[in-house]
Design a protein. Structure first.
Length: 364
């Protein structure tokens, strides 16, 4: 890093630390301290004491000629070591260097080691912590406090944002509003909205998150709430379709649904009345959802089958049409048909079955 930038960063961090109430600007969060406490009591307390306070005269060798465990609560010299080295001691123990501490590499993973360190550092007085953080340029990265989404909420004029989670990139936090992902940096002073791609392996990290959201939405819906056209051969994959009975391209897709079923694709229809409750398909979709056999009623409504729809659009099942509409809005659907592959990928609009089938099957 360029020296001036580094210096500016440090000054920035120092002013940040000063602006916060005592004890809040630490690298770990309260969850880590809680988890670390449990692990510390199980693994470390026998020697270092429940509050990391033992042994008081740690400078004095025992009768075996070895040093006793030092207190880790900030009163000894633990704060002279950077995070990496503290972790190394926990991983390797002290036996190799003639000490007594056993290695923990087989018992604790990296996150658990972070947590035990967070626990004993939570015992450090602010002054000790500040000296340590200063010396090793440790930034406060706790996203919980202060709320790093505050400025973004203000600019967007909304109250709710997904809890920010740190991405693979240190110091960059992902949050979400609707179906858009935003990345907060510098404790939420700056934001960028767009896709984050790992160029080393070509993974679009934002797309993966987007698919996760789709899967979370769609997986909780039972098949009985949907109009399902099952694969005729053994099922190879599933296609979720948000549809409206009145949309021409939805009808076109429906005319070809037999080809999809024959190819081993199960099609699951979610209702999505394009125009909301005033749209042309709203009442018809409700009638379809009132039918005993939703799939058959869907075919009747889309004109590929002859028959009658139920007279009523006012039944308990019909409320799912409104739910489908809300669900679609949350997923950012703007038109019908909207297609989602089994792994949550999105295909916008109609696609002829000759293109659609290989696309779905090659995806597997
Ligand atoms: C069997 C007793 C024992 C256990 C259990 C133990 N330690 Fe230690 N620890 C020691 C001793 C003794 C030392 C001093 C170095 C040596 O002799 O190995 C030490 C040193 C350390 C140090 C270095 C302190 C410094 O200031 O340099 C850290 C950090 C530490 N222990 C953390 C832990 C953690 C975290 C755990 C639990 C996961 C743990 N220890 C479990 C005995 C123990």
């Amino acid at each position: 890093m360029n020296k001036t930038i580094k210096l500016l960063l440090i000054i920035g961090l120092m002013s940040l630390t000063q602006a916060l109430p005592a004890g809040e600007a630490r690298w770990y969060n309260t969850e880590q301290v809680k988890q670390g406490n449990l692990l510390f009591q199980q693994n470390c307390a026998v020697c270092h004491g429940a509050n990391a306070e033992l042994v008081k005269n740690w400078k004095q060798k025992g009768i075996d000629g070895k040093y006793p465990p030092p207190p880790l609560n900030g009163s000894a010299h633990t704060w002279h070591h950077p995070l990496d080295q503290l972790k190394k001691t926990i991983r390797q123990g002290g036996v190799q260097i003639g000490g007594l501490m056993p290695p923990f590499s087989a018992l604790l993973n990296e996150a658990e080691m972070d947590a035990v360190i967070a626990y004993f550092q939570s015992k450090w007085p602010d002054q000790t912590y500040a000296k340590w953080a200063d010396r090793f340029e440790v930034a406060a990265t706790d996203p919980g406090q202060p709320d790093i989404t505050q400025l973004l909420k203000l600019r967007l004029g909304i109250n709710e944002l997904a809890t920010p989670v740190e991405t693979e990139v240190k110091g960059v936090y992902q949050t979400r509003f609707g179906n858009k992902f935003a990345y907060l940096i510098e404790n939420g002073r700056y934001v960028f909205i767009g896709d984050m791609v790992d160029l080393q392996n070509g993974r679009n990290l934002t797309e993966l998150s987007r698919r996760e959201v789709v899967n979370q939405e769609l997986s909780v819906v039972p098949a009985s709430s949907l109009a399902v056209f099952p694969a005729l051969a053994s099922e190879k994959t599933i296609l979720n379709v948000f549809t409206d009975t009145s949309c021409p391209y939805c009808r076109k897709l429906h005319e070809e649904i037999g080809f999809l079923q024959e190819a081993g694709i199960t099609v699951r229809y979610f209702p999505y009345p394009r125009g909301g409750s005033k749209g042309p398909g709203y009442q018809t979709l409700k009638q379809v959802w009132c039918a005993d056999d939703k799939a058959e009623a869907m075919s009747i409504a889309k004109g590929t089958k002859v028959g009658d729809l139920p007279d009523t659009s006012d039944c308990a099942e019909a409320s799912f049409v409104d739910e489908g509409f809300e669900m679609g809005k949350r997923l950012g659907i703007t038109g019908t048909p909207s297609l989602f592959t089994e792994d949550g990928g999105r295909i916008v609009g109609y696609m002829p079955y000759k293109e659609l089938i290989p696309k779905l099957l090659n995806n597997l």
